[in-house]
Design a protein around this ligand. Structure first.
Ligand code: PXP
Length: 264
């Protein structure tokens, strides 16, 4: 078996859909902050929450309560690049801000940021966050031009959108899944070459997280919907433990990082 030299693969647990369930009845239960604390107790390395413009799940006071409750555990604030979100992020001061595209009519974040067309405004936006000590990551398509545009924006981190690949895997479309995975592999390698920290997320399950974990350049996964869904059947702690086990299994198949750029 290969020597494992890939860095620890962090798990960021996204608790948005605990808030979705809470909001279905308009009360306070289940509380996403309680879910965040349970996720940390179960081994999450960080907590992720997306404050959407329409506040369909996480609300402003959830972000404030999350920051206060989770202490030193990193809080990753997913947000659209708008003036209102910037003000909130500067007030909450999360560890990291992940800039995502947002459309009111979408069911979830359907694609990556248009980092090529949005280049100049993103440079200014990211530098405001950076000045406040907030680490900026850009949620992008797994495409070389997107990684290169993120580099020229000066982003220290990119998160590769794994949604299209996960959908192809679930649909049993093996040709598309293979092509999409290949794009992720190449984008992760390019990010690493450019000195950008590489994260991945969207639509990940136990099986797809295990596969993504084999990419040594990827150092963080952000996973929400599947874990909250599994928690209905097994509890959040068991779902996170099983996800962690899948990630470790994937990591054990990793080739040493210095060899990972060669071949396919
Ligand atoms: N990463 C980003 C940037 C996202 O927008 C989302 C969805 O909010 C996720 C990860 C998590 O996706 P999922 O809920 O499908 O696991």
């Amino acid at each position: 078996m290969s020597e494992i030299v890939a860095p620890h693969l962090r798990l960021g647990v996204n608790i948005d859909h605990v808030a979705t369930i809470r909001n279905a009845r308009g009360g306070a239960h289940p509380d996403p902050v309680r879910a965040a604390l349970a996720a940390i107790a179960a081994g999450a390395d960080g907590i992720t929450a997306h404050l959407r413009e329409d506040r369909r799940h996480i609300r402003d006071d959830d972000m404030i309560r999350l920051k206060a409750a989770i202490g030193a555990t990193p809080l990753n604030f997913e947000m659209a690049a708008t003036g209102q979100m910037l003000d909130i992020a500067l007030a909450v001061k999360p560890h990291a801000a992940c800039l995502v595209p947002e459309r009111r009519t979408e069911r979830t974040t359907e694609g990556g940021l248009d980092v090529v067309a949005g280049h100049d405004p993103l440079v200014a936006f990211a530098s405001e966050l950076r000045r406040a000590g907030i680490r900026v990551s850009l949620f992008i398509e797994p495409a070389l031009e997107a990684v290169e545009a993120a580099h020229s924006i000066g982003a220290p981190v990119v998160e590769l959108h794994t949604g299209a690949w996960c959908d192809a895997v679930l649909a049993g479309d093996t040709a598309k899944a293979a092509a999409d995975f290949d794009r992720i592999v190449h984008a992760a390698r390019r990010a690493h070459e450019l000195g950008i920290e590489c994260h991945a997320g969207h639509g990940l399950t136990f099986d797809t997280a295990r596969l993504i974990a084999t990419l040594p350049q990827v150092v963080e996964l952000n996973i929400g919907h599947f874990l909250v869904g599994e928690a209905v059947f097994t509890g959040l702690e068991a779902a996170i433990a099983r996800m962690r086990a899948a990630m470790i299994e994937g990591r054990q198949a990793v080739r040493p990082l210095h060899q990972a750029g060669a071949g396919s």
